[in-house]
Design a protein around this ligand. Structure first.
Ligand code: NAD
Ligand code: MG
Length: 397
């Protein structure tokens, strides 16, 4: 469970500096994290940084932040990494196991910023040594949800949400009195095709789909925002992080992305967290929790905010939202299939093999084609993930 201090003001300040490991250091979340770590040099020490294949950016960050170890996931780049780090005291390592090993190295906080189910085993490794895990990698929670939350409890780990909506909810959720909460309201920008008809969505290109109106993010999550699979994954993410049934998790379209989510209480009060759309804010919150540190994000200026608007979400134009509810109702391996099929369909769309609307159609077909079975162990997750990828790769709609 997510721990909640009884009186955050009574907590002792953290021992300084706190050590940090960043999984997915070269991505969009990784870059925002690096900005914060550079800004607060005295307060954090960087243990390990990991990336998949961008050696140049990994090395630059490792040198800038004085990391102890730099790990490249793609083994083919080991020699390149080793020679780029020659003459420094930074250790080089490579391969999927080395990424997991980096997560196992002692550090106070692990930023889980790998994209996709590839982040599952490294994130679990951090949880299993009782670390504080700042979770951006929503896909691993979608896949392994209940098993992962059990591991958090068993190893006394601390899980802090980084996804902006879940960070917002975390900041205003009364964990001591969940019965006083009527519902969670997850806000959604609506993505680049918020106002498009299905007919208009038919021929949109990857270039149009990655252009998010408010947030600057990696390619995969940008496509997820365009299909609203991102919100679908976030409903499932929220159902694991917060003790409420998914029927009490509502999606509300809010095109300005200023209110990052809200919690509605039984007495009619609605508590919200607001800010400019910049991931530095939720990452800063997780890095310093339960304290707060300065972030380079632009501050909200209410006098120049023209208006905050809201629309009901539309499950007809964005069927991913309907599928998320069906997946939660089905249980078992459905959420693994849902996520894996999406990862494959997004990659196929980015390679221009399929059309935009085929993404969710392939997910729906894969869900129908892969038999449901229970998830008892993490191996069951891996098996369902592997199988679903093959099915989704060969599904034509
Ligand atoms: P990104 O594509 O920009 O970066 C992904 C990172 O993961 C890179 O460092 C890459 O090297 C690494 N990676 C990819 N495949 C890997 C593999 N097989 N093994 C090891 N490392 C691998 O992605 P991002 O936008 O930073 O998103 C990261 C995660 O955070 C995603 O789960 C996303 O949904 C979530 N998230 C991102 C944002 C955002 O603003 N970017 C906001 C909320 C949540
Ligand atoms: Mg989000």
């Amino acid at each position: 469970m997510i721990p909640q201090p009884h009186n955050p003001l009574a907590l002792q300040p953290h021992a300084q500096p706190r050590s940090v490991t960043v999984l997915g250091a070269t991505g969009s979340i990784g870059a925002s994290t690096a900005k914060l770590l550079a800004l607060h040099r005295g307060s954090f020490r960087v243990e390990a940084l990991t990336a998949y294949d961008n050696v140049a950016s990994l090395v630059e960050q490792a040198k800038l932040l004085g990391a102890r170890r730099a790990v490249i996931g793609n083994e083919a780049h080991y020699m390149e990494l080793k020679s780029a780090l020659a003459g420094t005291s930074i250790e080089a390592a490579a391969g999927a196991d080395a990424v997991i090993e980096a997560a196992r190295m002692p550090s106070d906080i692990v930023i889980a910023g790998i994209v996709g189910a590839a982040g599952l085993m490294p994130t679990l490794a951090a949880i299993q040594r009782g670390a504080t895990v700042a979770l951006a990698n929503k896909e691993c929670l979608v896949c392994a949800g209940s098993l992962m939350m059990e591991e958090v409890k068993r190893h006394n780990a601390t899980l802090l949400p980084v996804d902006s909506e879940h960070s917002a909810i975390f900041q205003v959720f009364d964990f001591e009195r969940p019965e006083t909460i009527e519902k969670i309201i997850l806000t959604a920008s609506g993505g680049p095709f918020r106002t498009f008809t299905r007919e208009q969505m038919k021929n949109v290109t990857p270039e149009q789909a990655v252009r998010h109106p408010n947030w600057s993010m990696g390619a995969k999550i940008s496509i997820d925002s365009a299909t609203m699979m991102n919100k679908a994954l976030e409903i499932i993410e929220a159902s694991h992080l917060f003790p409420l049934p998914h029927e009490q998790i509502e999606v509300l379209v809010h095109p300005e992305s200023i209110i990052h989510s809200m919690v509605s209480y039984v007495d009619g009060s609605v508590l919200a967290q607001l800010g400019t759309p910049d991931m530095c804010t939720p990452i800063a919150y997780a890095l310093a929790w339960p304290a707060r540190i300065a972030s380079p994000s632009a501050k909200l200026d209410f006098t120049t905010l023209k208006s905050l608007t809201f629309e009901a979400s539309d499950t007809k134009r964005f069927p991913a939202l309907r599928l998320a509810r069906e997946v939660l109702a089905a249980g078992g391996n459905a959420s693994v299939v849902f996520n894996a099929a999406n990862e494959i369909a997004v990659a196929r769309f980015l390679r221009k093999e399929i059309a935009f609307l085929d993404i969710v159609a392939i997910i729906e077909k894969t869900l129908a084609d892969v038999a449901n079975s229970p998830l008892r162990r993490i191996e069951d997750v891996i098996e369902a993930d592997t199988q679903s990828r093959v099915v989704a790769e060969n599904t034509h709609v």
